[in-house]
Ligand binder design. Structure first.
Ligand SMILES: [Zn+2]
Length: 246
């Protein structure tokens, strides 16, 4: 007899970079009672062009230890900043108002996206000594060039706000919104608290929860994150994204 399929909670820490080392530590402490080291890190090779991950540096050593402990490693853009002027008005609006210009992979063509994926992947894989588990675009925004480049690069796992898929296998692996928090404005902070309070009870077979470094600076968000993991953990086990491939 086969065991019943178990529901999963997938945790991720975004924007892992030397820029946010202290915040990442606080988030790991917050998540540990709920998921241990069963989580994914979204790693930015050189955040805003001013926080490079340097092979051999103390931060690089920590990244390797985190990977050794079983934490999944996703490449998360390269600079995490959208420096381009978008041709299409809808893309321009999306880039400016939805993401505070963090949608780095929205306006890249196939070649540009491929180059950044290849360079970032080589860096992260060199530092951790293992293959990356996948790629997640900054702000979960993918342009057509980025989507084509992910397929070319044989990336096993990717996600956006609404689903997890395999670019390599060209199939969707899980559906449902990711629970995440925003703190850029009071209105966003309030609406993200309300959304989390609802979504953590959603009857999804795979519940994704993504946290960002600035979250830990707001007590209300820290409380909401803690409650969300506690609620999500009832009837779910902490899983890995790679579990979805089997
Ligand atoms: Zn990010």
């Amino acid at each position: 007899m086969t065991a019943p399929a178990q529901r999963l909670v997938l945790a991720s820490v975004h924007d892992v970079s030397p820029r946010f080392e202290g915040e990442v530590d606080r988030l790991l402490d917050l998540l540990a009672p709920h998921v241990g080291s069963r989580l994914a890190m979204l790693v930015v090779p050189n955040h805003w062009g001013t926080a490079p991950i340097v092979p051999g540096s103390p931060f690089a050593t920590r990244l390797r230890r985190w990977a050794d402990s079983g934490i999944e490693m996703f490449l998360h853009g390269f600079h995490h900043r959208d420096d381009r002027r978008h041709e299409r008005r809808s893309d321009r609006l999306r880039a400016q108002f939805m993401t505070a210009s963090e949608g780095e992979f929205l306006g890249l063509d196939r070649r540009e996206a491929a180059d950044l994926i290849s360079e970032g992947r080589a860096l992260v894989e060199g530092v951790t000594g293992r293959a990356i588990d996948g790629f997640v675009a900054p702000a979960w925004l993918y342009g057509e060039g980025a989507l084509a480049a992910l397929g070319d690069a044989d990336i096993k796992l990717a996600e956006d706000h609404w689903r997890v898929w395999s670019p390599a296998e060209q199939r969707t692996l899980a559906r449902g919104p990711v629970i995440t928090w925003a703190s850029r404005t009071r209105a966003r902070l309030a609406s993200s608290l309300a959304a989390a309070a609802l979504l953590r009870h959603a009857p999804l077979s795979v519940l994704r929860i993504g946290v960002h470094p600035p979250d830990c600076r707001h007590q209300a968000l820290v409380r909401s994150i803690d409650r969300t993991f506690a609620a999500a953990g009832r009837g779910r086990r902490a899983g890995a994204y790679r579990d979805l491939l089997n």
